[in-house]
Ligand binder design. Structure first.
Ligand code: HEM
Length: 227
């Protein structure tokens, strides 16, 4: 209470929800402009193909954010209240990663994803590698997401819990590899980018790399179970 007026700050989970929605909205707006407005993707592809791109980017960005919060605080950057949002951001990243995986598998075909297939419609080596990395990134997120529930955490030894949570770093690294394999060819031809706008793969890789760089700059030296 301040002078009889109740001040109510948003709860950590509602502010994490806002960050997630803002990230998804920004990624979707960018995808619409780059791929539909100035690109060649028909508007009919908005509900799955284009939205799926935004969901994928938001998934990776949220996992990257969740993993960067602890190291940023160790570097003296940010606000300790961010810690309370970390769990929700990571779980939202996992959920969006799951939605992206399901949507991609639902529409996976040589027609939709020509760049993953050869002329005969078979997966190329690179296409197979990209899909494998996507599945591996998703699998590596399952443990950290499941053990982030307080009720599960209470049943685990601190060391085992921390080891499981750290699998999210592997997920981010493998997710980054997933996107590099998907995008590197496009990065080499900036003259063909619609509206000179970089592809979402490049933006995702930049965000994930930044998060891993922050983690490398401020490795955790705390006892088990801490940030
Ligand atoms: C079963 C698991 C997965 C499969 C089969 C899969 C497949 C794909 C495919 C085919 C694309 C290309 C989309 C396009 O060009 O429009 C893609 C893009 C992408 N994926 Fe995944 N993925 C999986 C899991 C994940 C996970 C778990 C993450 C993040 C945590 C992720 C992040 C991304 C990102 C950031 C992109 C780039 C978005 C774009 O430019 O299209 N993927 N994925």
């Amino acid at each position: 209470m301040l002078g009889g007026v109740t001040t109510s700050l948003p709860s950590p989970s509602s502010s994490a929800r806002r960050i997630t929605l803002a990230t998804l909205a920004a990624a979707f707006a960018y995808a619409v402009v780059r791929y539909v407005v100035v690109g060649t993707v028909p508007p009919a592809q908005l509900p799955v193909f284009v939205l799926n791109k935004a969901i994928a980017v938001a998934a990776l960005a949220l996992v990257a954010m969740a993993l960067a919060i602890g190291p940023l605080l160790r570097l003296g950057i940010g606000d300790r209240r961010w810690l309370a949002r970390r769990k929700s951001l990571g779980v939202h990243g996992f959920v969006l990663g799951a939605v992206h995986s399901v949507l991609t598998i639902a529409v996976l075909s040589p027609r939709t994803y020509a760049k993953l297939h050869d002329a005969a419609g078979a997966l190329t080596f690179e296409g197979g590698l990209a899909l494998l990395a996507g599945v591996a990134a998703f699998a590596a997120l399952v443990g950290p997401a499941m053990t982030s529930a307080t009720v599960v955490r209470r049943t685990m030894a601190a060391d085992a819990w921390r080891r499981t949570q750290r699998t999210a770093v592997i997920a981010l690294g493998v997710g980054l590899a997933h996107v590099v394999v998907l995008g590197w060819r496009t990065w080499l031809t900036p003259e063909r980018w619609p509206g000179h706008l970089p592809p979402l793969t490049a933006i995702s890789v930049a965000v994930a790399t930044l998060s891993l760089a922050v983690r490398a700059a401020a490795p955790c030296s705390r006892p088990p179970g801490r940030t």
